[in-house]
Design a protein around this ligand. Structure first.
Ligand SMILES: [Fe+2]
Length: 283
């Protein structure tokens, strides 16, 4: 497929087709993850501002900064006739107000619904990485973007029930387990979207090679809280009702069957990677 932006080499979508039982009409989404916006209006503490300038360089490729690529994803969603944009975390590198403002403005101006969940970076400055204070001070700033509840939210896109949730603390939560339990007892095929992938036979060695350690969730991975084990178990149990699990965090692309569903990891949007996922009905 030739999209204007892709031809320019500025963003490079990959395409994935997922066949879904119980879906009446095709649904197309643009998956965007790990934009790592490093914008600031200069009003933060000096050490934070200085680090942010360095981080911005890290997320610049071919002279194009992550914030310059960001609007192109919404243009692509429109050109590619997507029904929604789904952002799965680390869209902001740190919770600078300007990052959040730019994301909110993009969502407001988006030609299609834009769903959002936080990752491990959006809500933490590096001097307080994933602390209780960071959660208290910065997670609420994303409430509106997350559809009213940072923990999880459910949105219907076409014939799909989309569960977006926050696992950027390397754990799932009891309310998320309840939400998935309830949702998979209903009629609509479910799509689950979150930041940190679940451990898989094929994926985990790749994550370990890329990051120096397996940073996926589940037994033997980054963390294995009881809630994480229960959430993964529920995916296993209900995987016939789950069309796909969509995530990011790893900065590379990967697709792998997960029980009777599929886990789709999309690469680094800061460098132009994204994915068009078409959910197609099957008898
Ligand atoms: Fe991440």
């Amino acid at each position: 497929m030739n999209y204007r932006s892709a031809e320019n080499g500025i963003i490079t979508p990959v395409e994935t087709v997922v066949k879904v039982k119980g879906l009446e009409k095709s649904v197309r989404i643009l998956h965007v993850t790990d934009v790592h916006l490093c914008l600031s209006d200069g009003s933060e503490r000096q050490d934070r501002e200085e680090l942010n300038v360095k981080r911005a360089e890290l997320f610049t490729k071919d002279g194009v900064k992550s914030d310059e690529r960001f609007p192109l994803y919404f243009e692509l969603a429109s050109e590619a006739n997507c029904d929604a944009v789904i952002m799965t975390g680390d869209v902001a590198d740190e919770p600078f107000p300007k990052n959040i403002r730019v994301i909110e403005d993009a969502v407001k101006a988006s030609p299609v619904p834009a769903l959002f969940c936080v990752g491990n970076h959006d809500w933490c400055f590096f001097d307080g990485y994933r602390t209780a204070d960071a959660a208290r001070d910065y997670l609420p700033l994303y409430k509106k973007l997350c559809g009213g509840d940072v923990d999880h939210n459910i949105t219907e896109i076409g014939g799909l029930a989309v569960l977006t949730l926050h696992n950027g603390n390397d754990t799932f939560t009891a309310p998320q387990i309840d939400a998935l339990d309830g949702l998979t007892k209903k009629d609509k095929p479910v799509v689950i979207c979150f930041h940190v992938p679940i451990r898989q036979e094929g994926l985990s060695p790749l994550a370990a090679a890329f990051w120096g350690a397996d940073n996926c969730l589940g037994e033997g991975g980054a963390a294995n809280t009881p809630e994480t084990a229960r959430f993964i178990n529920l995916i296993k149990e209900r995987s016939d009702k789950i069309a796909a699990v969509i995530c990011g965090h790893l900065h590379f692309s990967h697709e792998e069957p997960l029980f009777n569903t599929v886990q789709i990891v999309t690469g680094l949007a800061a460098f132009g990677q994204c994915r068009i996922i078409t959910f197609e009905p099957i008898d």
